[in-house]
Write a protein that binds this ligand. Structure first.
Ligand code: SAM
Length: 222
C-alpha cells in the first residue's frame, strides 16, 4: 500500500505500537515485530481503515468486532507463544489475531469461526495480506477442533459461560489456554488456564474484559 493514504495508515499504526510498548502492554520484541508485520488496518473493511490505529474494538461484518490492539497484545503476551507451537484460535473474526499468532509461532495456525460470512472475510483478508500459514475452518469452536488436537495453546476470543470441557481435553500437558469467562452481556474475566504435566488444571484470573459471546454447544445458546 505505497500511496499517501497507505503511508499515513502505516505511520499512525507505528505510533500505536510505540505507545503500547511504552505503556508496557506490548512486552516482548516478538509481539512488537508481529504487530508491525500485520497492522490492524489490513483486516478491516476499507471504511474503517482510518480508525484501525485507535485502541478500541471496531465493527467487522455480521455484527461482530475486531478486538482493540491493547486486548490482542495482552492475550498474546499471556499466551507466551514460541516458534513451533501448535495453536488453536476460537473466533477467527477478521483473521488479524490468527495472522499475529502465525508470525509468533512460525508454523500452521488453526482457527475456527461459526459465521460463514466471517470465514470468507477472514480468508480474503489473510490472502490479500499475504499470510500463508493460517487455516480457517467453519464450525462451533466451543467444541474445539479435534482433527488437529492436542494443542500447545488455545486462544479463545469470545466470552464463554464457563471453560468448555472439549477445550481442556484438547490442550496438551504443559499447554495453556487464554479464555474470557463471564456473563453474556460483554463482561467477563480473562483466565489463564494451565494444564500440568499430570493433566491437572490451574486457573488464574487476569482481570476484566469485554468480548462478544461464544455461541455454541459449550458456549451460550443462540
Ligand atoms: N479474533 C478475532 C479477530 O482477530 O478479528 C476477533 C474475534 S471477535 C471478538 C469474536 C468472534 O468469535 C466472532 O467472529 C464470533 O462470530 C466468533 N464466535 C462466537 N462463537 C463462536 C464459536 N462457538 N465458534 C467459533 N467462533 C465463534
Amino acid at each position: 500500500m505505497d500511496t499517501v493514504v497507505g503511508r499515513e495508515l502505516r505511520r499512525r499504526w507505528e505510533r500505536t505500537v510505540e505507545r503500547l510498548l511504552r505503556e508496557g502492554i506490548i512486552k516482548s520484541e516478538t509481539v512488537r515485530r508481529a504487530f508491525l508485520k500485520w497492522p490492524r488496518y489490513l483486516f478491516v473493511e476499507e471504511r474503517y481503515m482510518k480508525y484501525a490505529h485507535v485502541d478500541e474494538p471496531l465493527p467487522i461484518p455480521a455484527g461482530q468486532t475486531i478486538s482493540a490492539p491493547h486486548m490482542v497484545a495482552i492475550m498474546l503476551e499471556l499466551a507466551d507463544l514460541k516458534p513451533g507451537m501448535k495453536v488453536l484460535e476460537i473466533g477467527t473474526g477478521s483473521g488479524w489475531n490468527a495472522a499475529l499468532i502465525s508470525e509468533l509461532v512460525k508454523t500452521d495456525v488453526y482457527t475456527v469461526e461459526r459465521i460463514p460470512e466471517l470465514v470468507e472475510f477472514a480468508r480474503r483478508n489473510l490472502q490479500r495480506a499475504g499470510v500463508e500459514n493460517v487455516h480457517v475452518f467453519l464450525g462451533d469452536g466451543s467444541r474445539g477442533f479435534p482433527p488437529k488436537a492436542p494443542y500447545d495453546r488455545i486462544i479463545v476470543t469470545a466470552g464463554a459461560p464457563g471453560i468448555p470441557d472439549p477445550l481442556i481435553e484438547q490442550l496438551k500437558p504443559r499447554g495453556r489456554m487464554i479464555i474470557p469467562v463471564g456473563s453474556y452481556h460483554l463482561w467477563q474475566d480473562l483466565y489463564i488456564v494451565d494444564k500440568t504435566l499430570d493433566g491437572k488444571i490451574k486457573k488464574r484470573r487476569w482481570g476484566g474484559v469485554a468480548f462478544v459471546p461464544l455461541v455454541g454447544e459449550y458456549g451460550w445458546k443462540e
